[in-house]
Design a protein around this ligand. Structure first.
Ligand code: EPU
Length: 423
């Protein structure tokens, strides 16, 4: 089992870091490559992550040719010809995000069978909105033996209001609606940059999607889609993670190609704390002096609110800023497990339902800790940079799902960090 080992306490991150294409954009983009009956789809700026390999396997399992040229960060998919309608359990069960293949397979084949996503540590994560939306478009849904089966000879345009702006449900329904008969209007949809990226690819394929990035999506169904070429949007969460890392370590880091607009809520909270965040031509520069930062209150919300995917990393920053900070997590019901691990490093915090009070500025000490999910793994590594002595972070399979060469990038910025295999 691999571990990341950090000698912490004296790190000041300095220099430049490059970020990858967004994991949470590329997974639905790969699902969209199922839709075209003709032509190849080429995705560029694809990050080399275990979740991407898993999604490639899911698509391949439908009898679709998928080629990942890692040297070019490019995936080429050819979905011409007959495709299967059952997504392979072996891979679907490894990754919740694979539920977004349900809409595209159903739209293309008239029938789709996908395993129910399994348990998840950060919350219960139901998929009721995905299924209700497909039903509104005329699909009949059956759940049996752990599988969801959806059938609709031809999906029909519909008006559907989402009780909550779910990212995955918005993506699933948007893709399904591209090939439906008539117009679909989806209200109270997710507005994340990854939604806009998906709409852009679909429109390049010949779909007619408008309103992406707003609360209402209108999709005019078309008879068929064709292959297209697309650059995956930059990973705002990876960028945000390095912004927080720079802030925590009194660093001075340029995060190259980071998109200011996508990180607005994070930037505004960093600035409220007293971190110097500036837009430069090459990206976003973060400079900080930890002794001058003030505690803040943060509440996670769907975009354009503060992203839940930055919550764990931000609590690591709160831990080193002197005073009482408050983090309110409204998107997932069980996403504070990293705080329990950080307690092993000397963090003082109290959790009451969706609210964590962080008593920052106490002395943190290196310890052995376990990642409990993807963003928790990053948060623990960042805490290791500032804790005195050695920190060992285990369960790195979580980290590998969403961060490419994380420790190498931190080492390039001056961190004393390495990865070792330990039995
Ligand atoms: N929800 C429902 N019913 C549904 C769908 C969602 O109640 O049918 C609830 C969930 O239980 C949750 C909330 O809505 O409480 C948000 O879920 P959402 O569907 O928006 O999330 P997701 O699509 O499953 C994506 C990201 C997550 C990110 C969330 C929120 C991908 C592959 N995953 O998940 O990313 O946290 O949106 O922004 O895009 C991560 O990268 O670490 C990660 C977990």
């Amino acid at each position: 089992m691999d571990k990341i080992i950090i000698e912490g306490g004296n790190t000041r991150l300095q220099g430049e870091v490059t970020i990858e294409g967004a994991k949470n954009a590329v997974l639905p983009l790969l699902a969209a490559t199922i839709l075209p009956v003709e032509g190849k789809t080429v995705l560029k700026n694809v990050p080399i992550l275990s979740d991407v390999f898993t999604m490639n396997h899911v698509v391949r399992g439908l009898n679709i040719a998928v080629d990942f040229d890692e040297a070019l960060n490019q995936v080429t998919v050819d979905a011409t010809g007959a495709i299967l309608d059952t997504a392979p359990y072996e891979y679907v069960s490894q990754m919740r995000a694979s539920i977004v293949v349900l809409g595209p397979i159903l739209a293309r084949n008239g029938h789709a069978k996908v395993s129910m996503p399994g348990g998840c540590t950060i919350g219960s994560r139901p998929i009721d909105l995905h299924l209700k939306g497909l039903e509104a478009m005329g699909a009949s849904i059956h759940q049996e033996g752990g599988d969801i089966s959806a059938t609709a000879e031809k999906l029909k345009g519909a008006h559907f209001y989402m009780d909550f702006p779910s990212v995955g449900a918005t993506q699933n329904l948007m893709m399904a609606a591209t090939l439906a008969e008539g117009t679909t209007v989806l209200e109270n949809v997710a507005r994340e940059p990854e939604i806009v990226d998906l709409a852009n690819l679909l429109n390049k394929m010949g779909a007619r999607v408008s309103g992406a990035g707003t609360e209402t999506l209108t999709i005019r169904g078309v008879a068929e889609l064709h292959g297209a070429e697309h650059n995956v949007v930059q990973d705002r969460i990876e960028a945000g993670t390095f912004m927080v890392a720079a802030a925590m370590t009194s660093g001075n880091v340029l995060i190259k190609d980071a998109v200011w607009e996508h990180n607005r809520p994070l930037i505004s909270k960093l600035r409220e704390m007293g971190v110097d965040v500036r837009e430069e031509e090459a990206g976003i520069r973060v400079k900080s002096d930890i002794s001058k930062l003030k505690p803040v209150t943060v509440k996670t919300l769907p975009h354009p609110g503060f992203p839940t995917d930055m919550q764990a990393q931000f609590t690591a920053l709160m831990a080193v800023v002197k005073g009482e900070s408050t983090m309110i997590e409204t998107v997932f019901e069980n996403r504070f497990q990293h705080l329990e691990e950080m307690r092993r490093m000397g963090l003082h915090s109290e959790i009451l339902r969706d609210t964590a009070m962080i008593h920052g500025g106490q002395r943190l000490q290196g310890a052995q800790v376990m990642s409990t999910d993807l963003r928790a793994s990053a948060a623990l590594i960042l805490t290791g940079l500032v804790a005195q002595g050695q920190t060992k972070v285990g369960q790195l399979s979580h980290l590998d799902r969403g961060y490419y060469q994380f420790h190498e990038k931190l080492a390039q910025l001056g961190a004393d960090i390495r990865r070792e295999s330990e039995d």
